[in-house]
Design a protein around this ligand. Sequence first.
Ligand code: G6P
Length: 440
Amino acid sequence: MTCARIGCPLLIGLGEGENFIASDVSAVLASTRRVVYLDEGDVAELTRDGIRVFDRAGVPVEREVHVSDVSLASLELGPYQHFMQKEIHEQPRALADTIEVIVNQGVTPALFGENAEQVFADIDSVQIIACGTSYYAGSVARYWMESIAKIPCNVEIASEYRYRDVVANPKSLIVTISQSGETLDTMEALKRAKELGLANTLAICNVQESAIPRASKLVFYTRAGAEIGVASTKAFTTQLAALFVLTLALAKQRGLLSEEQEHAHLESLRQLPGSVQHALNLEPQIKLWAERFAPKQHSLFLGRGIHYPIALEGALKLKEISYIHAEAYPAGELKHGPLALVDAEMPVVVIAPNDSLLEKVKSNMQEVRARGGELYVFADLDSHFAESEGVHVIRTPRHAGVLSPVVHAIPVQLLAYNTAVMRGTDVDKPRNLAKSVTVE
Ligand code: G6P
């Protein structure tokens, strides 16, 4: 297999003279000719006979070739039915690979680049910018940043940030999160931030040397391996791991992380792949829930605090691949609108691990039950929920502390995946969606 990077952000590979492999693998595999728009107005034409690159005037040009480190194994299905299923089950490995360097080196700004120490010393706030699932990773990180590093943190959808009149704070660290490193809105939002004089930029990305990290001062690469299913799974959980480490690095720099605390957080990170594996083992129980979800038209996801973005991500996964209408709400907002939707036909998924908001979540659940709504509760070992009529409970076998959102991402992914399989949708290539959105 030859993999090439042609002075451009897109990985393009040629497998055994047969198929083209690119960051948008599924689309390329399905076509015999594909045109890909590259940096600087270049265009690549991919056919089964080869790759030709043209400049903006249409003149054929030679570009530097880089060999990709994407492994062929990550592009093969193996024993799995879908790439999404494979990628869900790869998460313990992806997380272990992503945190390896951290557990070896300890928490240091150097993990984010040579100048990170200086940049981190220069900032007083964090502005996260991303799209889709990456935005939800940023939404979790906001809770960590403010509670552990005590640094003000704002999270914004890239397509909003880029067109808004932003009051720029030059002491803000701009953090872009992008699995592909190519999402146009995120790239344009980064450009806009730089135009506004925001020079401290950090990219969290899964694709080496893609456009967004190349345009950023600092970078942290997640090591999830190639993600092919359109619905992001292992990229999401590894982004969360990266953002947690960023939080620890900022806390340490600000004198807010004692040696004992650092040790305890690193120990939690070490245990994370194991906790995720335990959550994956819940799949047989989740399949039974999926059977009940498959005939539904609508669903509601609830969470509070740091688990609210996991409710959002669960709803996004379900709507993306099963086409069931799914909305997520912070459980405390239930009474301000969505409660009107609740009846016996509306399954309500609740992310309810044992945290400081558990009692509040329980009272929100009673509000649902009182309207005849059926509850599907993802809890953990310490939540002490009992199954009862209309209340179904699946417990993750360990309490993961501050890393609980990472572990609770797994059951919502499995619920969406298994529901979509039962509905017979095209799980890896859901209608109307693309893996890498390089157009507006
Ligand atoms: C598309 C994908 C999503 C992804 C989003 C942002 O919508 O289908 O899975 O979360 O783009 O992509 P990025 O590569 O910037 O993380």
